[in-house]
Every structure is written in structure tokens, then in C-alpha cells.
Design a protein around this ligand. Sequence first.
Ligand SMILES: *Cc1c(COP(=O)(O)O)cnc(C)c1O
Length: 426
Amino acid sequence: MSVLENITSEDAIALEDKYGAHNYHPLPVVLSRGKGVFVWDVEGKKYYDFLSAYSAVNQGHCHPKIVGAMMEQAQTLTLTSRAFYNDKLGAFEKYATETFGFDKLLPMNTGAEAVETALKICRKWAYEKKNIAENEAEIIVCENNFHGRTTTIISFSNDPVARKNFGPYTKGFIKIEYDNLKALEEALTNNPNVSGFLVEPIQGEAGVYVPSEGYLKKAKELCEKFNVLFIADEVQTGIARTGRLLATCGNCSCPDKHCSGTPEVKPDILILGKALSGGAYPVSAVLANNEIMEVIRPGNHGSTFGGNPVAATIAMAALDVIKEERLAENSQELGELFRSELNEFIPHCDLVTSVRGKGLLNAILINDREESSTAWDICMALKENGLLAKPTHGNIIRFAPPLVMTKEQLLDCVDIIKRTLSNFKK
Ligand SMILES: *Cc1c(COP(=O)(O)O)cnc(C)c1O
């Protein structure tokens, strides 16, 4: 039918290169099919997916329950806008707020939009509840953060590639070192204009930086002391990725006790995205209790697609799958196995200095300069051996497979990784 039907990898790459903006540098593999933990390229070669679309596909590719829910809803009603009610949004809001333990949810589409929404809620709360003088509210963020790509969000990034020549930048942000409670306390002290602290429970894009034990809990206590909102960006860490339903896993009411980690902190504002959609369709959300969410009134904020019935239906199915298949527990168990296998291997391998992470959000550090191409070259070799992963920053490779992986599959992957690293020549 179409010329695209039998496209080769080479042709598909050439098309994107010629007609697409060059805002990504993809690994040269062209995928045309996915199922569970596997993806296939256009030539039919099968790979383990060790990125999961940056943790958006925690439930595995084309999960039948999620795809089924999507297809059924797509044939029934797709979009009404919020000018009218639809029959799915309320059910999703009830389900998600009960699951995560909040009064209310505000639906958006992408992670960056949800972060923007949280910032807006925080600022409005600052003026209306904390009585900060107009336009004076400040929000504390962390160095090496990643919260998305909007002009405001890149304003408080310190990644020159993401930031340079996109100014003028949005004001009102204070940047402190991640995992540094003293820096947080200093930033909070004697600054009555601080209204929020925006933080990733684990810094994913920065290279899977896990903060010190107790950091989040103590940071939350400091925020409480200074009447500042603790805003957790769990777009990447949430939805069972790190071995619990949430990396912050506060008072969430996980019905099947599938949260296997120790509860740590309950954020004032929780930001979700990525795997809230099961990788099927963009869905993001901001959750908070009434005394915070009530600052948002009709006309203050919105989105044409946010909260549409397809998104709401998919998100409910995506959360069902997490619970029914006990993916938080699986993530916890396989994550421990993965790190222990690699920790045994690392002393015998000059190339890798360490492995770190939580659940199935892990990274290895390559023993080379950050600007070297070694991590990229290793990912190319992994690809040849049937496993797809990507460097995060320079010399760090993130390993984040779908959470529906079995133990046998994980050990098979560990084998591929060890073999690739052992045979790798710089
Ligand atoms: C991916 C990500 C975002 C942005 O999500 P998009 O859907 O790409 O806009 C925000 N925060 C974190 C922590 C992320 O990992």
C-alpha cells in the first residue's frame, strides 16, 4: 500500500534525518513492534528494551489490558474538552487519589505540563495562603535537576545544552545542591518568600543519583518547619519503577501491600506522568490535598486534552496492571538481583566502576572521562547483542527495563551485559 510498509532501518533513519528537527540523537535502531519486555526492529531483530521509553512503559509494551481499554474507549468517546463533563474522568480521579492518598487530582498530558501545573499551584498557594507579596514567591530546586523542556523549567536547569540561547529565563527559583540538607536549611532560613521545594526522589536524567538515606524525610520536615510545600516530581520514579508504588511512598493506600519498601515521606504536591499511561498515550497528573488544590478555580488553569476519557481510561488500566501484577514487588526483587549480579561482576571488569539505583531504575558508571564516547560505544555493542540502553550523561548508562520482566529474562540480560562488557575494546 504505502512505500513505508517495507522500509529499511537505513531509509527510516534517513527520512528522520532529512525531514525531522534534530532535537534528539537516537541510537541507530528503528523499532516497529513491541511486546512485553521486547521490541523488534524493522529487519525483525529482537531486543530487550532496557530504557522503557524513559520509564513510561513500566507495564511492558502493548499490554493487552491497557491496549484493550484504549481501543474500547477510542471507539466510544475520545475528547469532549473540560467544557463538559465526561463519564470517565471522575472515576479516574477517585481511583488515583485513593491509590496515592490525596484529596484531589488535576489531569494534564505530559510530564512537563504537570510540573508547570505544580509550580503554578505552589505560587498561587504562596500568595493566597502564605500571604507572600505579589510576584515575590520563590521555589527551591536542585542542581542537575530534570523536570522537562518548557521555557520556565529550563530556566532553572543547569544543563547548558538544555538552556543556552533559550533566554530570557523565568525568575523565582533558587538552586541548591541535591542531597544536601544544610543547603536546603540555609535556603529556607531568613527567606519568607520561599513557597516550595521541587525535588526528584532519585535524579533520573542526571544519572540515577540516589540521595542519602533519610534525605527526603528530613527535607520534608524542614519544609514543614518553614511552611513550604514539598513538591515531588515522580514522573520517572513513580508507578512502581523504584520498587515501590512511589519512590516517596508516603501514606499511599496500596491495597495489596505491593509497596515493599519503607514508607518515607508524603509530598504536599505529587507529580506523575510517564508510566501513568502504561506507555500508551500521554497522561500526567498533579495530586494534592484540598487546602492546596482549592487555590485553583475555574479559568485559572486548563488543557484541551487533559482529563480526556481515553487518557482517564488508559490511566486506570495502567494502575490496575501495576497492582494486579504486583509490579512494585517485582521491581524491588529484580532490582536487588540485578545490582547484586553486577556488583559481583564489577571487580572483574576495568570498564565499570559501580552500579547504583533502586528497584529497576539503575545505572552503571563507566570508567572513562565524561566526554568520552565509551558509554555510547558500549550501548552500540549492547544493541548488537540484543539489548537496548542509552547513556544518560556522558559516562553513565541507565538500565530501566519494563517491570513485567521475569527473573529468567533478567538473568539473561545480566548475561548479555556481562558478555558485552567483557568483550568490549575501547
Ligand atoms: C520525563 C520527565 C519529565 C518530563 O516529562 P515529559 O512527558 O517528557 O514532558 C519531568 N520530570 C521528570 C523527573 C522526568 O523524568
